[in-house]
Write a protein that binds this ligand. Structure first.
Ligand code: PLA
Length: 440
């Protein structure tokens, strides 16, 4: 890494840890370790994470009616976390297999898992896979996959600017900035129509510098729940290819948008079909409910098989000093399910059931607001897709709902539909009604 890259990273890091580094920028206190004061006296308390911090606040609330619609984590109709039946079955098989050991995985992770993950997102008959154009490495869920991809790009790609949609998942900007990339945004959401600002997308990508990286949500855009149509994707693809931009897909919700794994992979497959290069970060947190197992994959689709192997050799150099090699358990669960026809089939049914329950929640919430004659057009609740509804409620209204109704959500007005149930819809509808009629 050259010194300007190091400098850029250090200055980025100090901005990220705003206020926690002393004036000289060293971050190191002069007090001796034997003194009465902590050597960390100057450490400033950092704010909670805008998404995961919502759960922290929720956990502190003693109210029996409290409701956590912050983090995107699936809950059953009873409001309980769900471990999929296929996951339980796979775990049983793994535990009973005495030949299994706890050795380190290779730096790039479990070979089966990587192959099967590439197939899942690209399609079993993908020419890119058949031509060995894809390198896939197991990473720490979606976040880790994005970070490894970003680190690789910062080291090996000539264009350091990445365009992310406005708005986007709150962690994107931090991941890419800390990896050493320069983050810019492209227009995505139109608050007036509560839909896609398609013209804005095309204009902003059209004026991006040649070669710039573009982050795209493969499906179920977070936080807006607004995805391009297939025709719009096709136009976006053409724009990206004509400007030689580099697409970087974040696929955190495959199967959650439509209930179909193939349907939700269409955007990615369109880009891979044209023979151009692209990055894909996959997460199994939501679609297999493996949140805490931290299981995901980074795939890089290259022009030639030779480039793909060289890219993989460099990915190893990124991963080894970060966490050496990835954990074995989650990836073993995923590969057990993906390679067994029956388990795979059962998984698709369970996934569809989760997606359907979310869609039912949309309908119920929409109906409940209509029944209350809550002012405003709430049709976006049923039009948006995926885990979240971007309600349009402002920060003050969100605060009101939290203090008066013990409903927890992110301050941008995003609610996790997966956290709702038929039992809690009326409470949420009451809260929304009260907030829009009393807080402007
Ligand atoms: N990409 C997007 C678009 C996401 O929404 C999330 C998770 C991730 C990547 C990362 O997920 P993973 O590392 O757990 O695989 N977003 C959640 C959770 C569900 C979070 O913020 O960490 C959310 O509530 O937005």
């Amino acid at each position: 890494m050259n010194s300007s890259t190091v400098d850029r990273r250090l200055s980025t890091l100090s901005r990220h840890l705003a206020g926690t580094i002393d004036k000289e920028g060293s971050g190191i206190s002069c007090s001796p370790t034997s003194g009465a004061d902590s050597v960390f006296t100057n450490v400033v308390r950092a704010p909670e994470d805008p998404i995961l911090g919502v759960t922290v606040a929720y956990n502190k609330d003693p109210s029996p009616v409290k409701l956590n619609l912050g983090v995107g984590a699936y809950r059953t109709e009873e409001g309980k976390p769900l471990v999929l039946n296929v996951v339980r079955q796979a775990e049983k098989l793994l535990v009973n297999d005495r030949s299994r050991v706890k050795e380190y995985l290779p730096i790039v992770g479990l070979a089966d898992f990587n192959k099967l993950s590439a197939k899942l997102i690209l399609g079993a008959d993908s020419p890119a896979i058949l031509g060995n154009l894809v390198t896939t490495v197991q990473c720490l869920s979606g976040t880790g996959s994005l970070r490894v991809g970003a680190e690789f790009l910062a080291r090996h790609y000539y264009q350091r600017t990445i365009y992310i949609p406005n708005p986007t998942w709150g962690n994107h900007g931090k991941i890419f900035t800390l990896a050493g990339l320069t983050v810019k945004t492209y227009r995505y959401y139109d608050p007036v129509t509560r839909g896609l600002n398609f013209q804005g997308v095309l204009e902003d990508l059209g004026s991006a510098p040649s070669g710039a990286i573009v982050l795209l949500h493969a499906c179920a855009h977070n936080p807006t729940g607004v995805d391009p149509t297939r025709e719009q994707w096709e136009q976006i693809r053409r724009m990206i290819r004509s400007k030689s931009l580099l697409p970087f897909f974040d696929s955190a919700y495959q199967g959650f948008a439509s209930g179909s794994l193939d349907e939700d992979a269409q955007s990615v497959r369109m880009f891979v079909a044209d023979g151009g290069e692209c990055f894909i970060a996959q997460s199994y947190a939501k679609n297999m409910g493996l949140y805490g197992e931290r299981v995901g994959a980074l795939s890089i689709v290259c022009r030639t098989a030779d480039v793909a192997t060289r890219v993989e050799s460099q990915l190893k150099l990124v991963i080894r000093p970060m966490y050496s090699n990835p954990p074995i358990h989650g990836a073993s669960i995923v590969s057990t399910i993906l390679k067994d026809r029956n388990l795979y089939q059962e998984w698709t049914l369970e996934l569809k059931a989760m997606a359907d329950r979310i869609i039912t929640m949309r309908k119920q919430l929409f109906d409940a607001l209509r029944a209350r004659e809550t002012p405003g057009d709430w049709s976006h609740i049923i039009k948006q897709i995926g885990m979240f509804t971007f309600t349009g409620l402002n920060t003050k209204q969100v605060t009101f709902m939290t203090t008066e109704y013990h409903i927890y959500m992110t301050s941008d007005g995003r609610i996790s539909m997966a956290g709702l149930s038929s039992r809690t819809v009326p409470h949420l509808a009451d809260a929304i009604h009260a907030s829009v009629t009393t807080v402007v």
